[in-house]
Ligand binder design. Structure first.
Ligand SMILES: [Zn+2]
Length: 279
């Protein structure tokens, strides 16, 4: 059944978190000030100019080298998704990319990660990639494709919004205390809504799977979990979030509920095997 979220939104542009635009502007301002300061220092002191140029080139090359190596390792070992290889993921990526109007579907890889339930989008020299940990795909085997479709939609959201493009332009702003993390969290809220736009029936399950795992997430009480966002706001919880690139999961769930995403039917809790003997 379509959710209110899906029926009232006609364009994904309506789903962009307003804080994302504001914080990007703040990061850009900080970055331009830093770059402007470096240009000014170079113009007034030719000796400093050589050092600034040298360090700039050195750090850029190091960054490209490290990113290229890390991605090369993934692309060399992980399973590349195609029409014949994990066709479910291939179909979800193509369908959601079309829905978002992407001209190119990013290359998708499935990677074993020791039980870690995650996925991420990355970009290297003009090409976009999405890496899905194999446990996420196992979710689809266990629970159907909804949650995986949401996670795919979320990652495609990063590509669609250009979160991975021209990152060098805002690097100083990203390193500014709290600012880069706040921007990243705003991007996550946007992409959660993009994921829900693409796959409304898997949005809540997708986030709950990150919180409780692929087996237990159907047993989580969604409203109670979302209420943790309001009830559990102690000093250390707030500090942990302020320094994190991702919002707290109960807050992400609460944000989707507020946006009108429907709650999936809750699984019936049954005793774990062996619990009767232990009692
Ligand atoms: Zn994300």
């Amino acid at each position: 059944m379509p959710t209110p979220h899906a029926t009232t939104v006609t364009s994904p542009r309506q789903l962009v978190n307003p804080r994302e635009r504001f914080l990007y502007a703040a990061m850009l301002l900080v970055s331009l000030l830093v770059y402007g300061g470096l240009v000014f220092a170079s113009l007034t002191n030719p000796q400093a100019a050589a050092s600034i140029l040298l360090y700039g080139i050195m750090f850029s090359l190091l960054g490209i080298f490290a990113h290229g190596l890390a991605l090369g390792r993934i692309r060399g070992n992980a399973v590349r998704v195609s029409e014949r290889q994990f066709p479910l993921l291939h179909r979800l990526a193509a369908t959601h990319a079309r829905r978002l109007g992407l001209t190119r579907v990013p290359e998708v890889y499935v990677m074993e990660s020791g039980g870690l339930l995650n996925a991420f989008a990355t970009r290297f020299i003009g090409r976009d990639f999405i890496v899905v940990h194999s446990d996420v795909l196992e979710l689809a085997l266990a629970q159907g494709e909804g949650a995986v479709g949401f996670i795919m939609g979320h990652e495609l959201g990063h590509v669609w919004r250009g979160h991975l493009k021209h990152r060098w332009l805002t690097t100083p702003g990203r390193l500014f205390p709290y600012l880069g993390a706040a921007y990243s969290r705003a991007c996550e809220y946007t992409c959660d809504r993009i994921g829900a736009f693409c796959q409304p029936d898997g949005a809540i399950s997708g986030l709950l799977a990150l919180a409780a795992g692929k087996q237990l997430h159907p047993h989580v009480d969604v409203r109670e979990y979302a209420a943790q966002a309001v009830s559990d706001t102690g000093f250390w919880i707030r500090r942990a979030e302020l320094m994190s690139s991702h919002p707290l999961l109960p807050k992400r769930v609460a944000a989707l509920l507020k946006a009108g995403v429907t709650i999936p039917a809750r699984g019936q809790w049954t005793a774990m095997p062996g619990s009767a003997a232990a009692a």
